[in-house]
Design a protein around this ligand. Structure first.
Ligand code: MN
Length: 198
């Protein structure tokens, strides 16, 4: 059973000008596809080949002999999650149950937005910033390279990709501008609420 690239849940030009069709062409069509192809190749003929993606990630996390499998499988999961975290006309104020949880655990929506942006800005090199739920509390988390909350038994609610391939064609070195636009215009709060309810 091979993993396949999931379709984007919107048209390729639907996120412009925040994220251009050109970025999505490369990011979804080339980078995400490559992580999927590499995962399929690396698990072929091993005991992992009929496992779920989540099981593969958990089995290879912290295993130095299988770091290549972990890196590719975790990037498959992170990207599939990232596409669903955004939508055309999203962003702005949270809605539903997550809005109350953000007020309770961060003090305000602005405090959450500031902390989420700061995590993305201060992730040195490639990685991800996250909103997660840990021990019943919402928190900001950042991970390097392919690392993912799933590998730490932590529930992910929202992520932003801060690898340069996610924003460089549209923003060059201005990672902060990408994060500001992402928060203001793209976050799919319905998806975040679905994760919270799981
Ligand atoms: Mn990426």
């Amino acid at each position: 059973m091979l993993f396949v690239l999931p379709d984007l849940p919107y048209a390729k030009d639907a996120l412009a000008p925040v994220i251009s069709a050109k970025t999505l062409d490369f990011h979804h069509g080339k980078h995400h596809q490559a992580y999927i192809d590499n995962t399929n190749k690396l698990i072929a003929g091993t005991e992992l080949e009929n496992q779920t993606l989540e099981a593969i990630i958990q089995a290879t996390a912290n295993d130095p002999k299988r770091v290549g499998i972990f890196n590719n499988a975790a990037q498959v999961w992170n990207h599939s999650f990232y596409w669903q975290c955004i939508k055309p006309g999203g962003g702005g104020k949270p809605t539903g149950p997550v809005a109350e949880r953000i007020e309770r655990d961060f003090g305000s929506v602005d405090a959450f937005a500031g902390a989420f942006k700061e995590a993305g800005l201060t992730q040195f090199g490639s990685g991800w910033a996250w909103l997660v739920e840990r021990d019943g509390k919402l928190e900001i988390m950042k991970t390097s390279n392919a690392d993912t909350p799933l590998a730490h038994g932590i529930k992910a609610l929202l992520t932003v990709d801060v690898w340069e391939h996610a924003y460089y064609l549209d923003y060059q070195n201005r990672r902060g501008d990408y994060l500001t636009e992402f928060i203001a215009k793209l976050i799919n709060w319905d998806f975040v609420n679905e994760q919270l309810a799981k």
